[in-house]
Structure formats: C-alpha cells, structure tokens
Write a protein that binds this ligand. Structure first.
Ligand code: BTN
Length: 276
C-alpha cells in the first residue's frame, strides 16, 4: 500500500529528484539502522580501493538506530521525518571547517520558504521557539577526503509522538502535514548547492551569527572532551568558533557541546540524551 502523500515515500523522492534534475546521485532506502553508518560503509568501500567516493545523497524512510551527536540516538519513525546523509568529498580542510556553518544555514533557508522561522543553536541544531526541529551530525572520514553530513528533521509528528517535550515538528509549527518527500530532496539539493557557492568565511559567519539563538551575555555551558566551561557568550570569531568569557579569561570552542543555555536558548533535543 502506498503511504499517504505527506509521508516520506521512496517513489515520491525519486520522482522529485528526477523532475528537479538534481546533480547528486540519490539513493532512497525503506529502512536502515543509520544513514550515516550506511554512508560510511559506502565511503570505506571506495577508499579501500583508493578511490574518492562519489557525491551521494542517502535518504531513509525509517532509521532503527539513528544517531545523534555525542552518542545520543535520533528518533526516526517510518515516514514521519527526514533522515538524510550526504556523502561528500571536501577539497581541503578549510572547506571541511566551514561545513558546520554552511549546512545549518542551507537547511534554514529552505525551511524559511515554509514559513518556519528557524534559528541555529550552536553548533548546528535547528531550533524554533526554543524547541528542537532538527539536528546535524557531521563525520569526517580519512581527513578531508570524505565527509558524511547527516541531518534529521522532525516532520509529521504530533505533540504526543515527539520523543521529548523540547522537540517540535514541521506539522506542529505549520499546522499542516507537509509533503516530506519533496522537502527531503529540496533540502539535500540546497545543501549541496550551498557547498558549491564561493562565499568568504566572514560572510558565512555573519549569516550564521544572524541566525544564532545566542545573544552576547547569555550564560552558557560548553563541553570539550571531559571539560565543561561555564561563562558568558561573547560572539563568534572569524572562523565561526564560539567565544566564551569565563572567570579564567576568554575561551574559544570549535566543536564543543552546549550543555545548557539560559537566555534566548534553552536546551532542546530529539531524544535519548544521556543524563546531563
Ligand atoms: C543531533 O542533533 O544530535 C544530530 C542528529 C542527526 C540525525 C541524523 S538522521 C540522518 C543521519 N543518520 C543518523 O544516524 N544521524 C543523522
């Protein structure tokens, strides 16, 4: 039986991709443990033969073990959300470093067209009204040669179907079920497109800062490895690293994890955050 038109469907994704003349190869699977894990397997097979993996978009209708950052899981019920991994080759480490800025920006720009006023909670959570709509998990393989950009967006869940109270979905935000198949393909194309645009990092940082939920003076806790620092948000530096004023002076975080944020941003998630 065909799923409802609003649910993510394999055929509808492939149709949309064909019609839009998408530049990347697209593979859509009904169910997989994790699209990031699958993308890694594909990449490894190429790298083992000393070949650069092809640019590939992987979509799943369902993930049985969707992964979030820092060992969290990503709740991925069949047809109800967008679960995507892009397999990309990065020309250099600068391009790799800009990914955490470019990817959430591209996603937000597409979501703008749905009337969803999406902000970014550093490093790359998509947040609306303090509740998490989506998240990004970027994993590098073999240095900058192959990178997996995974993202999940909560789609058609009702309040009671969301895994935790600080999550939200497109359906709750827009009041109507969305055609998730078209949106999934459009989002992937927007991300791929944004990666090809030459844009000075300073412009990227400016755009990113304009979307940030954090305001100067907000009290934040940042984790890097086992270390947790508490301080006041200062802003972003010229490469998009987060500046935190602590009692010991200023610290910059390039891949730290926000533990909590008081002020404009409260923590928000999809699910199964280990106790923090
Ligand atoms: C986070 O906010 O913690 C990041 C969530 C990333 C979830 C996506 S869903 C598609 C891709 N495959 C995964 O296993 N994870 C990412």
């Amino acid at each position: 039986m065909r799923p409802p038109a609003t649910e993510l469907s394999l055929e509808a994704c492939l149709d949309r991709h064909r019609l839009s003349g998408g530049r990347s190869s697209l593979a859509v699977v009904a169910t997989v443990d994790s699209t990031n894990r699958l993308a890694r397997e594909v990449a490894r097979a190429y790298l083992a033969d000393d070949c650069l993996p092809p640019q590939l978009v992987l979509l799943a209708r369902e993930q049985t073990a969707g992964r979030g950052r820092r060992g969290r899981s990503w709740h991925s019920p069949a047809g109800q959300g967008i679960y995507t991994s892009l397999l990309l080759s990065m020309p250099d480490s600068e391009a790799l470093a800009a990914l955490p800025l470019r990817v959430p920006l591209a996603l937000c720009e597409v979501l703008d067209d749905l009337g969803v006023d999406c902000a970014i909670k550093w490093p790359n959570d998509l947040v609306v009204g303090g509740r998490k709509l989506g998240g990004v998990l970027i994993e590098a393989l073999a240095g900058p040669r192959a990178v997996i950009v995974g993202y999940g967006i909560n789609g058609s869940q009702e309040e009671a179907e969301l895994p935790q109270p600080d999550a939200t979905s497109l359906r709750l935000l827009t009041g109507t079920p969305r055609d998730l198949s078209s949106l999934a393909v459009d989002l992937a194309e927007a991300v791929v497109e944004r990666l090809t645009v030459e844009e000075p990092v300073r412009e990227l940082v400016r755009a990113y800062a304009g979307r940030s939920v954090h305001r100067p003076g907000d009290r934040l806790s940042c984790r890097q490895g086992d270390e947790v620092e508490v301080g006041r948000f200062v802003g972003f530096d010229e490469s998009g690293r987060l500046r935190l004023r602590t009692d010991e002076g200023e610290r910059v975080f390039s891949s730290a994890e926000m533990l909590s944020a008081r002020g404009a941003a409260e923590t928000a998630g999809n699910r199964d955050a280990p106790g923090e």
